[in-house]
Design a protein around this ligand. Structure first.
Ligand SMILES: Cc1cc2nc3c(=O)[nH]c(=O)nc-3n(C[C@H](O)[C@H](O)[C@H](O)COP(=O)(O)O)c2cc1C
Length: 202
């Protein structure tokens, strides 16, 4: 029997059903319609700290902090497709996303200090891929620049190929995004495409 692609959506906004989370849900709906097995993770309902820079992970690639990141790590490693949805706060990714990414230092240590694969069974799995979704209240030209660099770095640490960003200006108040059916359609399609025509693995 074929097993479906595991498609993980990471919703970083602390706003309940915020604009970026609505977009993420559309991407997941597209992926589910392509046959993927989807999961939505609301980061704000997990409790985890930032990285302590203790370098503990340099020894074995594990993080010594025993908090909810241990649950999130497992899901990050199991996913075949990853979508990070994070709004812009103070010209960068919101802190819920940034803290998770800083805590992914254990994957950086695995790759670049220990020189090991993060995904040890990668030969048996499809190429991992990821996209980034964001919204910002302003129309500032450079408002997404930093966040996109961080998202690319996150997927690099996770050994997932970065396949695109979906960033939208002038989306500010709660549910503003619902006034943009074209954007909702674009991210639905992005999720569908990311799950791919080969949504089932043989
Ligand atoms: C603490 C905070 C900081 C923000 N900083 C920025 C900013 O620097 N630039 C900007 O364009 N929008 C900024 N915004 C607006 C949000 O990006 C906007 O409201 C967005 O729609 C929130 O997305 P969400 O509904 O997914 O949480 C900020 C909002 C908050 C709450």
């Amino acid at each position: 029997m074929n097993s479906p692609i595991k498609f993980l959506g990471l919703a970083a906004s602390p706003r309940r059903n915020g604009n970026s989370t609505i977009l993420l849900k559309e991407a997941l709906r597209g992926a589910a319609d392509a046959g993927a097995d989807t999961e939505l993770l609301l980061l704000n309902s997990y409790r985890y700290s930032g990285c302590l820079a203790c370098d503990g992970c340099f020894k074995n690639g594990e993080c010594v902090i025993n908090d909810d990141m241990q649950v999130i790590y497992k899901k990050l490693l199991e996913a075949d497709r990853l979508v990070l949805a994070a709004p812009i706060f103070s010209m960068g990714m919101c802190s819920q996303a940034k803290a998770m990414i800083d805590r992914s230092q254990r994957f950086w240590a695995t790759k670049f200090i220990l020189k090991k694969d993060v995904i040890s069974d990668k030969a048996m799995r499809p190429q991992r891929k990821g996209i980034f979704i964001s919204v910002a209240g302003s129309g500032h030209k450079k408002v997404f620049d930093g966040a996109i660099q961080v998202a690319k770095y996150f997927f690099l640490m996770l050994e997932a190929q970065f396949t695109g960003e979906y960033c939208y200006h002038e989306i500010d108040r709660k549910r503003d995004i619902l006034n943009h059916p074209g954007i909702l359609k674009d991210v639905y399609q992005a999720g569908h495409n990311l799950a791919g025509s080969t949504a089932s693995l043989s």
